[in-house]
Design a protein around this ligand. Structure first.
Ligand code: NAI
Length: 677
């Protein structure tokens, strides 16, 4: 056995004369394909081409996984389109050299294998992956506003057929090893203990190479591509508009126009990614990626090692928080006053696990970790106690008084309150500094953000522990001041209320929602209000209207008094059957007021500016991250503060002044617009 150490790779030669090449990027916990890593790989491949071992097995020396993808930091320092195209073409050349090796090549995959890492694996003749659920294979480039650029779009469709390839690249979702085996993306999915043997066997006795055959191969045919492309374009259009997210459309065109000529397609792939990566959408989505990383770093897992979580209140929120924590591997006791409620929690949890975990063994294990606990026996054992009972000061305080003496010394005591100041709630505690807010959003399994609410009394330790806890359950923590609405509800509410005012003035709900969707919001504000529940909207609006001096539209009160509470009651602004919105047609002759998008979005932006001025969050980047992950604010615009800077502060301020003139003082510009000039 010989060994050769490079800066980012380690090469071993075993006594079967097989080369084992370990990716081990210097000074990094995970492997990424930076320029330097790729250049070194090129040198190593050239060396191996001369030495001619029996075969080459590429694997990772990192615990974290195989290779995470290209180095996204390099996307932010590109000098221009030419620079981008050069970088991508060079990456392609390195992987082309790998693909052309005159020996069996195997990618041996454990953990994540994403983006450029997946493209490297595709350039190998064989792929073998660990069947553990931690293995994730995918091409998530669309999430960054680009598409695969190191030959992925060229190599994947012939391997697994166009429908599966396009599904993988357009959806950007990662696959488990089993799913990858099923579609032919990998050759074998084996248990960890069998991995090395399987790779060795494959090199010594190489099986025939996989390729799509039969109808799957036909899907890449010159005559079929235009038809399939039409269908794919239609599917994509349901999810993303071309002017907002151009990458999926560019990828479909690339495949349709060039799949017949792979060499040419390589060049076009590089040109297309270079065009996309320099565009606003990709630059903003890369910004969102880094904002997410920044928010992740706000929670240091070492601050707490939660083993047991106790949740009190098994309603909409508490039940789902408990289910989520158990799914993430924690032992959870869930307390409520009624057996029926707890039974509902277990049923909902089961549905969630079936949807997300799929394998019966994993579903059962998660169910075993979630324990109904009507008497609250979990309180003294818990490292984190989350209270999610009715929004009522007296009820919450009575509960705290009862449980405080039973808590473990260092246990975190958290509340999910949306509107009661922590300073009020903590009054009954003998140690008020331990109370912190963990404000989850509905639906818990979908919304990544958790606001860490810091009252004036909350200790730094409690904030750090709560933030760390969020990382343990794979949520993004955002410390916010304990002020009405915190960040997310505060910026959302004026925007929702403006939408309701427009509806009150006679603008059809569909027209209002369409305007917001056209801006890039994930759901229209009227449908969002119906989904949250108009009673909940009204109660948050009342609290905020007092504090922020904004009017609550009479229409909202009127609907709630009439029992029209939104989706849950079957009718709100829209009608619903079985929870599904009944189609509301648009009157084609109707002309909406010209300023409807401005009215809604300027109230949103104005409130964001006010939050920053008041220090609800620490800085503009965190505000942007919080608002994107908490409200879905058009990610391709990079967040409200970024949008303001990119769109021209002065111009937007002028729009706001015009709106104030036409519609009144609710559009008065916050003083923060001028402060940060
Ligand atoms: P909910 O009304 O659906 O559930 C409350 C549950 O608490 C009920 O099952 C009730 O039986 C139980 N409960 C009440 N007192 C109890 C006690 N002393 N001991 C044990 N169980 C008790 O309420 P929801 O909507 O889940 O809200 C809970 C908390 O979460 C509130 O503070 C609310 O402001 C907050 N919140 C709600 C959101 C939402 O979208 N509904 C979003 C974010 C926060």
């Amino acid at each position: 056995m010989t060994e050769q150490q490079f800066k980012h790779w380690r090469l071993e030669r075993d006594n079967h004369d097989i080369a084992w090449l370990y990716a081990d990027k210097a000074e990094s916990a995970a492997n990424t394909l930076s320029k330097a890593v790729l250049e070194e790989l090129y040198e190593i491949l050239s060396q191996l081409n001369e030495q001619r071992p029996q075969g080459l097995i590429i694997l990772s020396a990192k615990k974290s996984g195989f290779i995470a993808g290209a180095d996204i930091n390099e996307f932010t320092t590109l000098g221009g389109k030419k620079d981008a195209e050069d970088l991508i073409s060079r990456g392609q050349a390195v992987l082309d050299r790998l693909a052309a090796m005159d020996m069996p090549t195997v990618a041996l995959i454990q953990g994540f294998c994403l983006g450029g890492g997946m493209e490297l694996a595709l350039a190998c003749r064989y792929r073998i992956a660990d069947e553990d659920p931690k293995t994730k294979l995918g091409l998530p480039e669309v999430n960054l506003g680009i598409h695969p650029g190191f030959g992925g779009t060229v190599r994947l469709p012939p391997l697994i057929g166009a429908p599966a390839a396009m599904d993988m690249m357009l959806g950007g979702r990662a696959l488990s090893a089993r799913a990858a085996k099923k579609i032919g993306l990998i050759d074998y999915a084996v248990p960890a203990r069998r991995l090395l043997d399987a790779a060795r066997e494959t090199v010594l006795r190489p099986p025939p190479r996989k390729r799509a055959t039969g109808w799957k191969a036909w899907t890449n045919h010159n005559l079929v591509r235009p038809l399939l492309a039409k269908y794919l374009n239609k599917q994509v259009a349901k999810r993303a508009r071309k002017d907002h997210y151009p990458a999926p459309y560019a990828m479909i065109d690339l495949w349709k126009d060039h799949m017949g000529d792979p060499r040419r397609m390589m060049r076009e792939e590089a040109a297309s990614v270079a065009r996309l990566v320099m565009g606003d959408t990709a630059q903003n989505l890369v910004r969102v990626f880094f904002l997410q990383e920044q928010m992740k770093s706000l929670g240091n897992k070492k601050e707490i090692e939660p083993k047991h979580v106790h949740v009190i209140g098994g309603g909409v929120m508490g039940g789902d928080i408990a289910a989520w924590c158990a799914m993430r591997g924690l032992n959870v006791t869930i307390q409520d006053r009624s057996h029926e409620t707890l039974a509902r929690v277990m049923k909902r949890a089961h549905a969630l696990y079936k949807r997300r975990l799929k394998q019966p063994r994993l579903v059962q294990a998660a169910m075993d970790r979630l324990m109904p606990d009507i008497k609250g026996a979990g309180v003294p054992k818990a490292d984190v106690v989350i209270e999610a009972i009715f929004e009522d000061v007296d009820a919450k305080q009575a509960l705290y008084k009862e449980i405080e003496p039973k808590l473990k010394k260092d246990a975190v005591l958290a509340t999910n309150t949306s509107s009661i100041p922590l300073e009020t709630l903590c009054k009954c505690l003998s140690k008020p500094s331990r109370l912190v807010g963990l404000h989850f959003f509905n639906p818990v399994a979908k919304m990544q953000l958790v606001e860490i609410v810091c009252g004036t009394q909350t200790s730094d330790k409690a904030v750090k522990q709560a933030s760390a806890f969020c990382r343990h359950i794979d949520r993004l923590p955002l410390p916010v001041k304990s002020a009405p609405g915190f960040l997310v509800n505060r910026v959302l509410m004026p925007y929702l209320l403006e939408a309701v005012t427009l509806e009150e003035e006679g603008v059809p709900a569909v027209v209002i929602d369409k305007a917001a969707l056209d801006f890039g919001m994930p759901m229209g504000p009227i449908e969002l209000a119906d989904t949250v529940g108009l009673d909940i909207c009204l109660s948050v609006a009342r609290i905020l209207s007092q504090q922020l001096n904004v009017p609550v539209p009479g229409r909202l009160e009127q609907l709630v008094s009439a029992g029209r509470l939104g989706r849950k009651s079957g009718e709100g602004f829209y009608r619903y059957t079985d929870g599904k919105k009944v189609f509301a047609s648009e009157n084609k002759d109707y002309t909406p007021p010209a300023d409807i998008t401005d009215r809604m979005m300027m109230r949103f932006l104005n409130e964001a500016v006010a939050c920053l001025r008041e220090g609800i969050v620490d800085n503009a980047d965190l505000l942007d991250g919080g608002v994107i992950f908490g409200t879905g604010f058009a990610p391709f615009r990079g967040g409200p503060m970024h949008y303001i800077d990119a769109g021209g502060r002065e111009k937007l301020l002028h729009t706001l002044e015009k709106l104030e003139l036409n519609h009144g003082p609710r559009f008065r510009a916050d003083t923060g617009w001028k402060d940060s000039d």
